[in-house]
Design a protein around this ligand. Structure first.
Ligand code: AP5
Length: 214
């Protein structure tokens, strides 16, 4: 497996970029946030465990997340286990170490999406998502063609419960408390690539492709 992890604050554009890499190129995208939201929708035990943490903007415990991601990685079909992007995992150093402890799931690169906090809050509070197909929009920067309607499947788009300002601030505080440890961890192994993600989606995509090909 060639595993690249996307590090970066909530709203730094990790999911937006990863989804485009899947659509245009042969990448496999695993988003732990999407996996948890899907588990909640299906009322699976892992979703029920995670929901309270997520609604309050807190991290789900490492033990739950490590089991979830290892299971997802190890059950990928052979044809899909080459270029993998992990979006939202690892969030803590123990999560990173758990993948690195096994030869098969060792992390190759960590791309660190850098965006000033003043940009993150409006990005998150303005985000709208499709509860049916998962497509993401922004009221100002990436608006749907038809008001409040998903471009892909025509469902009504909604605001995520954790995108209200109070919860966004909590998520950003937690991010700040954990991220430096991860940055140091990957930097010490020469695996860290810093990416200025305060640019347009297409410019970031071009720069990201260059670093992923390195
Ligand atoms: P998760 O879903 O992973 O949320 P997050 O990390 O907080 O990330 P976001 O999805 O909010 O941000 P993003 O960087 O993907 O931004 P996006 O591309 O959408 O996790 C949710 C929760 O699950 C966590 O709080 C936690 O409880 C739990 N969890 C998940 N993983 C966990 C783990 N490993 N350990 C423990 N708990 C875990 O963009 C945001 C907005 O900006 C969008 O509206 C988009 O359209 C817009 N936008 C994107 N790029 C640009 C651009 N270049 N210019 C203008 N607008 C842009």
């Amino acid at each position: 497996m060639n595993i690249t992890v996307f590090l970066g604050a909530p709203g730094s554009g990790k999911g937006t970029q990863a989804k485009q890499l899947v659509e245009k190129f042969e990448f496999v995208h695993l988003s732990t946030g999407d996996m948890l939201r899907s588990a909640i929708k299906q009322q699976l035990p892992v979703g029920l465990k995670a929901k309270t943490y997520m609604d309050q903007g807190n991290l789900v415990p490492d033990s739950v997340m490590i089991e979830l991601i290892e299971e997802a990685l190890l059950s990928l079909p052979k044809s899909e286990d080459s270029n993998i992007i992990l979006d939202g995992f690892p969030r803590t150093v123990p999560q990173a170490k758990s993948l690195d402890s096994k030869a098969k799931t060792r992390i190759s690169k960590a791309v660190n999406f850098l965006v000033p906090e003043s940009v993150l809050i409006p990005r998150l509070t303005g985000r709208r998502v499709c509860p049916n197909c998962g497509e993401s929009f922004h009221l100002i920067f990436i608006p749907p063609t038809k008001k409040d309607t998903c471009n892909k499947c025509s469902s009504a788009i909604i605001q995520r419960a954790d995108d209200v300002e109070e919860v966004v601030r909590r998520r950003l505080d937690i991010f700040k408390s954990q991220n430096q440890g991860l940055v140091d961890y990957f930097s010490e192994q020469n695996k860290l690539i810093n990416l200025n993600a305060d640019k347009s989606v297409s410019v970031i995509q071009d720069e990201l492709l260059k670093v992923l090909k390195q």
